[in-house]
Structures are given as structure tokens and as C-alpha cells.
Design a protein around this ligand. Structure first.
Ligand code: AMP
Length: 577
């Protein structure tokens, strides 16, 4: 049974498998090598994923969800067609679509996958991705970092060279940079840094704002200031989609015309956008964001204790590295041409497929490739400090320093801070600031049952274990009694409980089957609905009832019943012509 590698992207996703010892992209059911990460509910409440959903988006922005990856690991709900979804559930639908495409292509069931995440994704975001996989009916064999996956794909092609590479990964919604050493078949990540909220969609947004502002100045109309909320949303969606196309054109042209006909009706007259933008103007819009990525590059270099001259190759990954300004800034920084022979849209999925092959034994690590990764951020706990005789809370005490090689387990010993203290609240944070309120809160739990005594008498060991999937487990033990706190871990924001996952799994499966079933009988229903206009009396009633029956059967997701009523409806249609 094949294990697939999935790059679940903010704007696009890709899936690959291992053919022999080489990874290959699996095209989706429409033949595309990547699939837009777009989820839509059609007016029939049918779920549509991918290019078709993206194409239809400007007409139905309220029924379309995009960039959901940015919400992973949060409790923010996404409203689509009046229904509210968790980000994991929408991601699960995208994964399900990729899984089904892989099954169609490979002609076998696919139940396991390696899924990639940005290196800089935190614990909650990783867990949410894992849950999305489970909801889609996939056993998530491993979660691996996107730039690491790309380095694996690169490493596979360049296994004989000993070198340091820098993977610069600017995708649709996230930026990652990793410094990687490749030596004798080992791909060892030295350091990673990044920004979870920086990518091509921010370039699109900047361009959308520019178009609106420019149009206001030249034509005196604020396109977002009139009409119903739905009309404004549709306009926004159309301009944003257009912005992405213009941005892409600016990667090969230095001047692009912006023509968006009949975008609105204003004062009873149709309004069209007609202007042009130069590459220079676009570069000015994104310059600050581009420079921000270089700050992260410096951070990764510094953490790996390497300088720009130590980097033998710069590998560009992610669709947004096609932007000439990005390439120029990176190449200027390193004083050399970047490697572009590796497909920026596919490398991550290909690397994930190789990782899947390592996992299943399809790739022999003794002869082939071995991967060593890092935890890109510092993890630690909250402590109090004695300052001028006062006990001051809120200090961050690192336990796992950033860019430690994983898996890693580190412990630290702490002591009670007040007399007769019988419990301790272990607060877990991620970040590099000495104050916890400047870092990211991950979770907390309480350890109870500490024997009463003078402060400082009882010791508590806090153990952090960060595994190869990037998931963190924290355990606290009272040294004198051996009592551990594993119990009262409060539910972390942004993560679903096991029951919620099972319920969502059943729902997604049924929604998917429903839409698959719907696809199978769609043409008969459409013919029936068309014929309603040309029939009358008893015939019309019979037709209406047949249509009603099949729709109820679809609602119930009952395949046998749908097939029965499809046959009845088909017979009726033959009778009526
Ligand atoms: P990825 O998530 O790696 O597939 O990257 C997708 C992002 O790359 C999206 O924001 C795309 O708009 C962007 N992108 C794709 N092709 C180009 C191009 N030719 N020029 C600029 N950006 C592009």
C-alpha cells in the first residue's frame, strides 16, 4: 500500500508518491500537478475543491474558503455558505480530495501520508494539521518541515556532494528558511527560521490595496464604499484574483495592463478598471516584506554559525520565489545565482514522498538518505524570580534552546517558592523573550500533591520531549514522591478533542461521498429539472416526485437508494421524450 507525501499549502497543495526509488507528483483528477487549496460549497451544497472552486470564487466569495492554513491551530471558525467550519475540517476536505486523486491515479487505497508544515509552525498548528489528516481518514505517518522536505528532494539529486545549502521557501502564506548540511547521504538541518504570516497572498493584498487606492485617485471612486456587503465581497474577490494574475505576469513582464471590466455599477453607469503597473511600482509595494525575509535568513545563518560565504548553494522553493525582486535580493546577498533547477511548486511534496519511502523502508537509509532536523524555536516554562526581596512572576526559563537537533528530551529541576506550597502550575511557552508575556503560550497543567514544607525544600523536575514530528510533551515530577503530572492538561486552544475529530471525520466522509454520489447522478437530475419546464399535469407531478426522491436519498447519502431513484428517474425521462 502506497504512503503518499502531501504538501498542504496556503494557496496550493501537491501530492507525490515513490515510484521505485524516485518521487513523482500525482496529478489531480483534473490533470493539474498542484491543486489550489480552495474549498467551496456550491449552491446545491456540493463540496468543490481546487481549481474549479478557485475559478468560481469571484461569483461566490461567501461560499468559498481560501488561505485556511493561516487559521490552523486557532479556534477561529470559517463561515462558508452560512455554515461554520473548523479550519481542520476544511483542510481535511482538501486532504481528502488529494487522497482520492492519489487513489484514482495509483489504483489502490491510500491510508497513510507524510504531511509537510512550515518549519516555523508551532505545536498547536502542527497538531491541527495532524488532526486534519486524521479527519480525512489518513494515518499521518510523519509531519515534516517544508524546507527540510525540499532539502531532501534536492539532496536526493545531489547525494554525492558534501555541501551547505540554504533553502529559501516563500510560498503562498508562509516563509521559511533553513540552513542544511548535506554530507555522505545525510541531510542535516542546522537551523531554521521564518514567519508564519508572510507569503504571496500578502503580495496580492498589497496589490489589491494599490489598485483600489489608484482607482480612487484617477477615477474618484472608492470601489469598496458602495453596494451591498455581498457585492463588495464579490468585487474584492475579483480584484484579489486579478491581483494574483497581475503579480505573476510581473514576474516575466516589466509593465502589465490591469483591465477589470464591469467591476461595479456606480451612479447607474458601469465601472471598469483600466490602468497599468510597472514592475518597479510592484517592487516598491512588497519591498518591506521582501527585506523581512532577509532578517530571518540572517537569523538562520547566525544560529548555524555560518556566514554567507559558507553557503555553497541557495535553493529557491515556493511559488513566490518567482518574483524577480526576491531572486535579486537573495542573489545579491549571497553573491551567487540561486539554484532553480528544482521545481519550486513540487519540491516539498517530492521530499515528503521520499520521507514516506524512508519510513516504509522503500528507501534504504543505509545506502540512501538520512534526515536530521531541528526544533526551530526555544521552548521553556514560566518561573518566578527573586528581585530585591520580592517574588516576581512572568519570567521565561528556556528548557529546549532553539535549533536543537530533534528528537530531544531535556529536564530542569525547580523548587517550591512558598512555604507549604502543595501544587505548581506548569506554564509552557515558545519564544526567545525573557518575559513570558512576550512569548507564545502553548499549554499549562497543574501538578498537585507536593508534600507541605518550607519553601525550597521540595524539588520538581520538568521534562520537555520534542519528537521528530515537532510535537512537544511536557511532564512534571515531584522528586521526593515520584508523583507525576500528566493528568490535568487543560485543552489547548486550537486543538480538537478525540471525540470532535471522530465526529468531524464521519461528517467529512459523508459530505465527500455525498458530493461524489451527487456527481454520479448530477446529469440525470439536471435533465429532469430542465424537463420540468416542458411538462404539465400528472407528468409534471411524477417528475417532481422522482426528483424529490433522489434528492432525499442524496441527503441521506444512501447509495443503494440513490441508484434506485436514478433508474426510476431515467425511465421516466425516457418515457417523457
Ligand atoms: P506555493 O504555496 O509554494 O505553491 O506558492 C504559491 C504562491 O506563489 C502563490 O501566492 C502564487 O501567487 C505565487 N506564485 C506562483 N507563480 C508565481 C509567479 N510566476 N510570480 C509570482 N508569484 C507566483
Amino acid at each position: 500500500m502506497a504512503v503518499i507525501g502531501i504538501d498542504l499549502g496556503t494557496t496550493n497543495s501537491a501530492v507525490a508518491y515513490l515510484k521505485g526509488e524516485k518521487p513523482e507528483i500525482i496529478p489531480n483528477t483534473e490533470g493539474g500537478r498542484t491543486t489550489p487549496s480552495v474549498f467551496q460549497l456550491s449552491i446545491n451544497d456540493e463540496i468543490i475543491i481546487g481549481q474549479n472552486a478557485k475559478n468560481a470564487m469571484p461569483g461566490m466569495p461567501d461560499r468559498t474558503a481560501t488561505e485556511v492554513k493561516r487559521l490552523m491551530g486557532t479556534d477561529e471558525m470559517v463561515m462558508v455558505g452560512g455554515q461554520s467550519y473548523r479550519p481542520e475540517t476544511i483542510s481535511a476536505h482538501i486532504l481528502m480530495h488529494l487522497k482520492k486523486s492519489a487513489e484514482d491515479y495509483l489504483g489502490e487505497m491510500v491510508t497513510e501520508a507524510v504531511i509537510t508544515v512550515p518549519a516555523y509552525f508551532n505545536d498547536a498548528q502542527r497538531k491541527a494539521t495532524q488532526k486534519a489528516g486524521e479527519i480525512a481518514g489518513l494515518k499521518v505517518e510523519r509531519i515534516i518541515n517544508e524546507p527540510t522536505a525540499a532539502a531532501i528532494a534536492y539532496g536526493l539529486e545531489n547525494i554525492d556532494k558534501n555541501q551547505h545549502i540554504l533553502v529559501y521557501d516563500l510560498g503562498g502564506g508562509t516563509f521559511d528558511v533553513s540552513v542544511v548540511e548535506i554530507f555522505e547521504g545525510v541531510v542535516e538541518v542546522k537551523a531554521s527560521a521564518g514567519d508564519n504570516n508572510l507569503g504571496g497572498v500578502d503580495f496580492d493584498n498589497a496589490l489589491t490595496d494599490w489598485i483600489i487606492e489608484n482607482f480612487k485617485q484617477t477615477d474618484g471612486i472608492d470601489l469598496f464604499s458602495f453596494g451591498t456587503p455581498e457585492e463588495i465581497n464579490q468585487r474584492k474577490a475579483r480584484i484579489k484574483l486579478e491581483s494574483e494574475n497581475i503579480k505573476k505576469s510581473l514576474s516575466s513582464q516589466t509593465n502589465v495592463n490591469i483591465n477589470i471590466p464591469f467591476i461595479a455599477i456606480h451612479n447607474n453607469a458601469p465601472v471598469s478598471v483600466n490602468m497599468s503597473i510597472t514592475r518597479e511600482e510592484f517592487d516598491a509595494l512588497i519591498k518591506d516584506m521582501a527585506l523581512k525575509t532577509l532578517v530571518e535568513v540572517d537569523k538562520a545563518l547566525e544560529d548555524s554559525r555560518l556566514g554567507v560565504s559558507d553557503i555553497d548553494e541557495v535553493v529557491l522553493i515556493g511559488g513566490s520565489t518567482r518574483v524577480p525582486l526576491i531572486q535579486q535580493l537573495v542573489e545579491d546577498k549571497f553573491g551567487k545565482k540561486a539554484k532553480k533547477d528544482i521545481n519550486p511548486d513540487e519540491a516539498v511534496a517530492l521530499g515528503a514522498a521520499v520521507q514516506a519511502g524512508i519510513k516504509t523502508g522503500q528507501i534504504d537509509t543505509s545506502k540512501g538518505i538520512m534526515v536530521i532536523d531541528v526544533c526551530p524555536y526555544t521552548l521553556g516554562t514560566e518561573v518566578v524570580r527573586q528581585i530585591g526581596g520580592q517574588t516576581v512572576p512572568g519570567f521565561f526559563d528556556p528548557i529546549i534552546p532553539r535549533n536543537s537537533t530533534i528528537p530531544i528530551t531535556e529536564s530542569k529541576r525547580y523548587y517550591t517558592v512558598s512555604d507549604n506550597q502543595t501544587s505548581v502550575n506548569v506554564n509552557v511557552f515558545q519564544g526567545d523573550n525573557q518575559y513570558t508575556d512576550q512569548n507564545i503560550f502553548l499549554s499549562d497543567f497543574i501538578l498537585e500533591g507536593i508534600p507541605a514544607g518550607p519553601r525550597g525544600q521540595e524539588a520538581i523536575d520538568v521534562k520537555f520531549s520534542y519528537d521528530i514530528n515537532g510535537t512537544l510533551q511536557v511532564e512534571a515530577t515531584i522528586v521526593s514522591t515520584g508523583r507525576k503530572a500528566s493528568a490535568i492538561v487543560k485543552t489547548q486552544a486550537g486543538t480538537m478533542t478525540e471525540q470532535e475529530v471522530s465526529a468531524a471525520r464521519a461528517q467529512v466522509e459523508s459530505d465527500y461521498e455525498k458530493s461524489e454520489l451527487y456527481q454520479e447522478v448530477k446529469s440525470v437530475i439536471t435533465r429532469g429539472e430542465r424537463m420540468l419546464n416542458s411538462t404539465e399535469g400528472l407528468e409534471k407531478e411524477k417528475l417532481m416526485s422522482a426528483l424529490q426522491n433522489i434528492k432525499i436519498a442524496l441527503e441521506k447519502n444512501d447509495r443503494a437508494l440513490v441508484q434506485k431513484y436514478e433508474e426510476e428517474l431515467t425511465d421516466l425521462l425516457i418515457e417523457l421524450v
